[in-house]
Design a protein around this ligand. Structure first.
Ligand SMILES: NC(=O)c1ccc[n+]([C@@H]2O[C@H](COP(=O)([O-])OP(=O)(O)OC[C@H]3O[C@@H](n4cnc5c(N)ncnc54)[C@H](OP(=O)(O)O)[C@@H]3O)[C@@H](O)[C@H]2O)c1
Length: 238
């Protein structure tokens, strides 16, 4: 069993890589930073590989899609993602476009390369976010990119069912990783990367989905926000 995990050098992606390796997968870890990838490889031991690739660039994306098109992978975890924070109009356009390139363009290209070869029993996990359900002012492009990932995954789930390929939008809420900088989040809402991955592994073994929220607290909070008038939900999240 071979799995490819993007953004595997830190946070949720790293927890995926470690957990899948422990489960017997041969893991291919993709990220930009060579040092962190080599540290991960040393931790995983023999039988795993890494690819240094910037998924925002055509070159990095092509190297990764080529690997997937070569076949042999039964699991793709499309995890690498980024966010820019602040009022949209005050942020450089470049950071908004980079967010779209990594969170949407790369996810589509990698999913396409993977599904072209996927055998029955394979799975595609696209890491989305609860903000894809309930957009948060100050993270406009990020929230919209995750709404895209969730909708994309839902339709793929339906399209791929008859082939026996399982597709899932994994929607963590606030997760304690280096890129998570919010300080005003109640602790009962915050998960560790390992908790997110444990929830994903259980959802995969139960063929749950197409949309998986990773904790009861996140399910409750997201449902409550969706029951509110949209204006009220936006004010609360802001
Ligand atoms: N943390 C949260 O609260 C939270 C909540 C909901 C959803 N999520 C989603 O979960 C996923 C992982 O988030 P995280 O918090 O674990 O992130 P993280 O700790 O910041 O790690 C991001 C990973 O992606 C890699 N990466 C970043 N830019 C890349 C690029 N251009 N090309 C290739 N790899 C790249 C990073 O390595 P390099 O920098 O070396 O490339 C790193 O391995 C993301 O999709 C995020 O949107 C996170």
């Amino acid at each position: 069993m071979r799995a490819l995990v993007t953004g595997a050098s830190a946070g949720i992606g790293r927890a995926f890589a470690v957990s899948l390796a422990a489960e017997g997968y041969s893991v291919t870890a993709v990220a930009r930073g060579v040092e962190a990838l080599e540290t991960l490889m040393a931790e995983l031991g023999e039988g795993h590989g890494h690819l240094v690739a910037d998924l925002v660039t055509d070159e990095g994306l092509r190297a990764t899609t080529d690997l997937l098109r070569g076949g042999g992978f039964s699991l793709l975890v499309n995890n690498a993602g980024t966010a820019s924070h602040g009022d949209f109009a005050e942020q450089p356009l470049e950071s908004a476009l980079t967010t779209l390139d990594l969170n949407c363009r790369a996810v589509v290209a990698l999913a396409h390369a993977f599904l072209g070869n996927a055998a029955p029993g394979s799975a595609l996990v696209n890491v989305s976010s609860t903000l894809g359900h309930t957009p948060k002012p100050g993270t406009s492009v990020y929230s919209a990119s995750k709404a895209f990932v969730t909708a994309f995954s839902e339709t793929l789930w339906h399209e791929q069912r008859s082939r026996g390929v399982h597709v899932m939008a994994l929607c963590p809420g606030v997760t304690a990783t280096a890129s998570q900088t919010a300080t005003d989040v109640p602790t009962w809402l915050v998960q560790s990367p390992q908790q997110v991955v444990d929830s994903a592994r259980k959802a995969l073994s139960d063929s749950a989905g197409p949309v998986v929220l990773t904790s009861p607290a996140n399910r409750m909070f997201t449902t409550a926000l969706r029951l509110l008038p949209r204006r009220a939900a936006l004010s609360i999240l802001a």
